[in-house]
Each structure stands twice: as structure tokens, then as C-alpha cells.
Design a protein around this ligand. Structure first.
Ligand code: PMV
Length: 327
């Protein structure tokens, strides 16, 4: 009745932006990500019929009310799937600097999905695990696999065809992703709220949907031919389009801050100097930079000179879900 699982975060190169079903978390478009080795969550779940409530310990401390409610409602879905009623004791350690604005929901829900199903003795394949992780946080469905991963949006109303598939394992292409931590101001609006407003009001949302399939096809070709330049160009163009949809929303919003723009400018300058570096940005001010292993040091050196840069975390392609004996 006890299991421990480890899941890594992933960075979307083709973004998931917009839901067609909020409750089941069904996306409007396919997305494609790279799982990262440096950031991960390990979670232990133990179901115990003697527990009066679910209990959660995050990084050694009692979880907040809001976190507890979120995890309990997720476990209710897993319990319903398994046909059991027992409460659970959950301990989770996040090796992601969450307070710094690096998202941990992908690794968090992927680890919770894997540990809770294993603790209940359920034999779930990766496709099912991906669908279960999706219902915690959309991007979590991609963290089931290592390396490059595509989340197929599916077309059904019940979500039975909306899950991730591996594209290229992590050992096949040695790249670097530099996660740049910025001096940032107030917390931005959640991805959940940002997506909803964009889908409902953005003058540019139809343009986003129209472009994404072509970008996805080009990116898959770039991955299979290991064409780094094309991979980077499509990654950057896709991120810029996603952020443009927010500017066309009502009321308009952006996750960019002055530091975000300074990093984007630096990446452009590096390219003008002949270094292949490309940026991508999620629903927050921080920037991730894709580069080749031989250019990592120079990219780091140049970024460290920027006053807004508070830290740089170097990542490589990382693995999918792993089970462990202990937390
Ligand atoms: O899975 P969520 O609800 O945290 O949304 C993720 C949204 C983006 O990070 C902006 C894009 C993506 O595909 O990960």
C-alpha cells in the first residue's frame, strides 16, 4: 500500500495553450516538450484505512490548505478510478526552485499519478499513466516519458485519446537547456487563468491554432534529422506566438518583465555573433535557453553579465517516470 515515484519537469518547445475541456484538461492543440534532468519531484504515497483524512507533507512541512485541497481532489479521481475509499499519507520532495517561479506542477502530478496508482496495486501502462497525470496538470502528461515527447490532444469528449507519446529518448540527442532565473516582481496570473482568458477573448487565438500544426510538423522533422538550428527557430517562433495571444486578450496581459526582454535581446545578440542559442518562455517571467553543449559556457558567461539574472541552472535531456524503494 506504499510506493515512491520520481518524475522530472519538462519544457514545452511547442506550447500547450488553451483547453477545450477545463475539467478533464483536454487541450486545444498538440504540444511537444523536452524532459529535463535537473528538476524533479519525488513522492511517496501510502494508503491507510485508519486515516480520517488525507495528509500531505511537502518538503518536510505540512502543506497549505489550498495545496491540500488540490491534492485531495486529485486523489479522489484516482480513488474513483481504482474503486477504493481509503485516505492517503503523501510525502513529496520538490527538487525544483518553486518559489523562484519555475513550474513544478508537471513533475508534481506525474510523480503523484505514478506513486498513487502503484500504491493501490494498479497495473497501469504508460498511456494510462499519462492520461491520469494529465488530469492533475496538462503538462504533467508529458513528464511520463524522457527526452522529446508529444502530447496528442485527441478528439474525443472523454479524454481517452488525449495522452503523451515518446518522440526521441533522452540519450539520443545531447542538448542543453539553461533555465534563467530573473529578479521578478509580483506573481503572474496562473496558467489556468491565462489560458482561459486567451481562449475566450484573444483576437489572435485563431492565428495561434492555425500555425501550430505546421510548427509541430517542422519540429518533429528537425528532431528526427537532429537539425538544431531549425529546432531552435521553431521553438522561439512558437513561444512568441503564444505570448502574442495574451497581448490580444481582453483585458490584455503579459508574463514578460524587463529582465525577460533583456535575456531575449542577449540571445539575439549571441546569434548575431554566430552562437546558436534560442529562447522559450512559459507562463512566467523566466526564460529558458536552448543551446549546444559546446556553447553552454559562453552563453552562461554572457547571461551572467545581465543585472536582472539571479541564477542559471543548466539542464540536459532527462528521463521519464522512475519508481524508487525509498523517498
Ligand atoms: O500544465 P499547466 O497547467 O501548468 O500549463 C502549462 C502551460 C505552459 O507551460 C505555458 C505551456 C506548456 O505546454 O507547458
Amino acid at each position: 500500500m506504499k510506493a515512491v515515484a520520481k518524475a522530472h519537469t519538462n519544457i514545452a518547445l511547442i506550447k500547450y495553450w488553451g483547453k477545450r475541456n477545463d475539467e478533464l484538461i483536454l487541450p486545444m492543440n498538440n504540444s511537444l516538450s523536452l524532459t529535463l534532468d535537473h528538476f524533479y519531484t519525488t513522492t511517496e504515497v501510502q494508503f491507510d484505512e485508519r486515516l480520517a483524512n488525507d495528509m500531505f507533507i511537502f518538503n518536510g512541512e505540512q502543506a497549505s490548505e489550498a495545496e491540500s485541497t488540490k491534492i485531495s481532489s486529485y486523489l479522489n479521481m484516482v480513488r474513483q478510478y481504482a474503486g477504493v475509499k481509503r485516505n492517503a499519507y503523501v510525502r513529496s520532495i520538490n527538487h525544483v526552485p518553486t518559489s523562484a517561479g519555475f513550474a513544478s506542477s508537471a513533475s508534481g502530478f506525474a510523480a503523484l499519478a505514478a506513486a498513487s496508482t502503484k500504491a493501490l496495486g494498479l497495473e497501469v501502462d504508460k498511456k494510462t499513466l499519462s492520461m491520469l497525470a494529465r488530469q492533475g496538470s496538462g503538462s504533467a502528461c508529458r513528464s511520463v516519458y524522457g527526452g522529446f515527447v508529444e502530447w496528442e490532444k485527441g478528439n474525443s469528449d472523454d479524454g481517452s485519446d488525449s495522452y503523451a507519446k515518446p518522440i526521441l529518448p533522452e540519450a539520443e540527442w545531447d542538448l542543453r537547456v539553461l533555465s534563467v532565473l530573473l529578479e521578478s516582481k509580483a506573481k503572474p496570473i496562473s496558467s489556468r487563468k491565462g489560458m482561459k482568458r486567451t481562449v475566450e477573448t484573444s483576437a489572435f487565438y485563431s492565428g495561434w491554432l492555425k500555425a501550430v500544426d505546421q510548427e509541430l510538423a517542422e519540429m518533429k522533422k528537425a528532431i528526427h534529422t537532429k537539425d538544431f538550428e531549425r529546432l531552435g527557430e521553431v521553438t522561439e517562433a512558437n513561444a512568441l506566438k503564444m505570448h502574442a495571444t495574451m497581448l490580444g486578450s481582453q483585458p490584455p496581459f503579459t508574463y514578460w518583465q524587463s529582465g525577460t526582454v533583456s535575456v531575449m535581446e542577449e540571445v539575439q545578440q549571441l546569434r548575431e555573433a554566430g552562437i546558436q542559442a534560442y529562447f522559450t518562455i512559459d507562463a512566467g517571467p523566466n526564460v529558458k535557453i536552448l543551446c549546444l553543449p559546446e556553447d553552454e559556457q559562453i552563453v552562461r558567461d554572457e547571461l551572467e553579465k545581465l543585472p536582472a539574472v539571479k541564477g542559471i541552472y543548466g539542464c540536459r535531456p532527462g528521463p521519464g517516470i522512475e519508481y524508487q524503494d525509498y523517498l
